[in-house]
Design a protein around this ligand. Structure first.
Ligand code: HEC
Ligand SMILES: [Cu+2]
Length: 324
């Protein structure tokens, strides 16, 4: 819950803590006073009620104290927000385009991607827009949520200080596949980012770099499976549990034998690397029984041969060859 990856995120959390802290103290005060009064002024102990007619001092006090508290909440929120609106001169600009139902990112040199890559410790200005309905650009680890609206450009400045890969979601209901508008923000050292810009490093290498940095903290399955996030497989296949999403969970690849439908025929095939590869490049050839309704997209034109090989090995080693 408290994962954060920029100063801005840290400050947002501090303000939040401050507000929740004050609320909690007030809550405790009210409850304690109430219990105390119930005890002290019950009919048994205090048979004759006292009538109090106004007290200017008390009224000023109970107006002034909450006013100061509320204004201080506003003040802290405002300075944090205001800072996020300052665009440093050297800010690196990345265009964020939302559409039903995907994100697209534009870099200054004309490159475009579906996964967002940024260099570490650099001011980045996101220029956010939508080409259709309203969306909202949401990166929880950075405490960013900024509307993407057609015909208008919103912006946000961040400076990511932790290498890693973070979720990006759409936080404004935008139609049927709203819940699939997930992608990743990949933060890598600036040298790697520049190498990527110049074509000397692939997106997969950057993802691997980001994931390796997380490996100290995170579980094995998480850090080796970055490409499954980057390529959108996780929209339909869960990576960390047995539950089917739109497709079977990858963990189920360890069932050894797959019941599949080929044409109108039902048959059983062994789950090996070849099977996984066929599932990936010719998904409509062997349909996993129970999942006939959803069509897995053809990935051949979205993946290079290297990527296919990498994914096949990864799925085989991480899932298919695991004991049941
Ligand atoms: C739109 C949803 C969707 C996406 C995205 C998707 N798949 Fe699938 N996938 C399915 C469905 C549905 C099935 C089962 C039906 C079938 O076999 O075609 C399936 C089956 C599979 C199988 C066989 C699973 C088994 O247990 O037998 C593999 C392996 C697989 N997908 C890998 C991938 C990989 C790798 C990606 C990302 C590059 C991916 N899928 C993206 C929906 C999807
Ligand atoms: Cu959306």
């Amino acid at each position: 819950m408290f994962e954060y990856a920029s100063d801005y995120a840290r400050n947002v959390d501090l303000v939040m803590l401050y507000i929740v802290g004050i609320s909690f103290i007030l809550f405790a005060g009210v409850i304690i006073a109430m219990l105390l009064f119930v005890y002290k002024y019950s009919k048994k102990r205090n048979p004759v009620a006292t009538n109090i007619h106004g007290s200017t001092a008390l009224e000023i006090l109970w107006t002034a104290i909450p006013l100061v508290l509320v204004l201080s909440m506003f003040y802290f929120s405002y300075i944090v927000y205001d800072k996020s609106r300052e665009v440093p001169k050297d800010a690196y600009e990345i265009g964020v385009e939302a559409k039903m139902w995907a994100w697209k990112f534009y870099y200054p040199d004309g490159k475009t991607t579906d996964t967002l890559f940024i260099p570490q410790n650099k001011n980045i200005k996101f220029k956010i827009k939508s080409i259709d309905v309203n969306h909202s650009f949401y990166i929880p680890a950075f405490r960013i949520k900024e509307d993407a609206v057609q015909g208008r450009e919103n912006f946000f400045v961040i400076n990511a200080d932790k290498i890693g890969s973070y979720d990006i979601a759409c936080a404004e209901y935008c139609g049927l596949n709203h819940s699939m508008m997930y992608t990743k923000l990949i933060v890598v050292p600036e040298t790697d980012f520049n190498a990527w810009m110049e074509g000397n490093k692939t997106s997969e290498e950057l993802i691997a770099i980001a994931d390796k940095k997380l490996s100290e903290k995170q579980t094995l399955s998480k850090n080796t499976t970055g490409i499954l996030y980057a390529k959108g497989c996780v929209q339909c296949h869960s990576v960390d549990n047995n539950k089917a999403v739109l497709g079977p969970a990858f963990a189920m690849l360890n069932r050894g034998i797959a019941k599949v439908k080929i044409g109108e025929q039902y048959t059983e095939v062994k789950i090996d690397k070849e099977y996984i590869k066929r599932a990936l490049v010719k998904p409509s050839q062997e349909i996993v029984v129970g999942f006939e309704k959803v069509k897995m997209p053809e990935h051949t034109n979205l993946l290079t041969d290297n990527e296919i090989e990498h994914i096949v090995n990864l799925l085989y080693e991480n899932f298919a060859s695991k004991k049941q």
